[in-house]
Write a protein of this length. Structure first.
Length: 327
């Protein structure tokens, strides 16, 4: 398939994208995406693990897919190395609360375990995601870390498990696009073939002039405790308040509130509510717990309070959502 044909096949929104677009135009938040709800613990912990894209019996170390247009933007982190390539149009990348517009020809490499979100809210844009399994990085990256260029230094820092920055933006990366198209079309032939194409993509990125390589740091976020704080919220939403969280980390509530907003772009209350709704959605889709049991599990005093909140958040009742999942 020619590259032009590869791009043309994505020119029309698929069924899933049309559904997301309709909700997006109505200003409604759709049900929590199942691919995230299936990650991690089964309680919709938004840390995307290797097994989500690399099943143990699959044998693959590289995965490529088109990012779903109009998919809601959810702040998350992941175990694997993620690369995104804007092949047409644009997208918005959010990193620790800071938003960046990426346009056609841009690429971004996101280190493992960094909080970010991506939104593609344009029916004509095409953004390809290329993922490299965390366990392959020690084998994949050494040849690309032996140099003094910024990108080489970034890859070297990934090998040392201490990234120089959360991510790197690379402008004018168009030469990699035909290889990405080939990886998408033929990557299933063998794992070795996929890794060979991925190595070629990284080699071409190293040839991009240094002036087109931009390190994206955490901005004004200087407190490294934020990762542990967000993890605590994810794991303990039923008993977390701003005061108890501040006490657990030896901070004042005012400082903690400012740190969370600065790091994520959201308030503590918004993060906590979203986390509770994520867990509720996962429990409704995967089990038989009653609304009262779910309310208790996520820290609501009554089933009525939980049901009202769920309906306001998702635009449907808990039971309506469960029925929509065939439960």
């Amino acid at each position: 398939m020619e590259y032009s044909q590869f791009i043309a096949q994505f020119s029309v929104l698929n069924e899933e994208e049309l559904a997301y677009e309709a909700l997006w135009k109505q200003g409604k938040l759709p049900p929590f995406p199942s691919f995230i709800a299936l990650s991690g613990s089964g309680l919709a912990d938004i840390t995307l693990g290797d097994r989500l894209f690399f099943p143990t019996d699959d044998g693959r170390d590289c995965h490529v897919e088109k990012h779903t247009r109009f998919l809601p933007s959810y702040i998350h982190d992941h175990q694997f190395l993620e690369m995104e390539f804007v092949m047409k149009g644009s997208c918005v990348q959010e990193v620790y609360g800071r938003k960046f517009l990426l346009e056609k020809g841009d690429a971004i490499i996101i280190a493992p375990h960094q909080y970010h979100a991506i939104s593609v809210d344009d029916e004509k844009s095409i953004v390809m995601n290329v993922l490299a399994k965390s366990t392959i990085l020690d084998t994949l990256l050494p040849p690309f870390s032996e140099g003094t260029s910024p990108l080489c230094e970034f890859f070297a820092s990934l090998l040392g498990r201490k990234p120089l920055c959360p991510c790197v933006v690379i402008h004018h990366a168009e030469e990699t696009f035909p290889l990405i198209a080939r990886l998408y079309q033929e990557g299933g032939r063998s794992n070795l073939f996929s890794l060979s194409l991925l190595a070629q993509i990284l080699s071409l990125l190293l040839l991009v002039p240094q002036g087109d390589v931009q390190f994206i740091d955490q901005g004004e976020v200087k407190d490294n405790r934020i990762t542990a704080i967000l993890h605590y919220i994810r794991e303990n939403p039923d008993r977390t308040t701003l005061s108890t969280l501040a006490e657990a980390f030896g901070l004042t509530p005012a400082y903690l509130s400012a740190l969370i907003r600065q790091s994520t772009g959201s308030t503590f209350s918004a993060l906590l509510l979203r986390r509770k709704m994520e867990i509720a959605l996962s429990l409704l889709a995967s089990g038989t717990a009653t609304c009262g049991e779910i309310a208790q599990k996520i820290g609501y005093g009554s089933a009525q309070h939980f049901c009202r909140t769920f309906h306001k958040w998702y635009g449907m009742t808990p039971m309506a959502y469960r029925h929509s999942q065939g439960r």
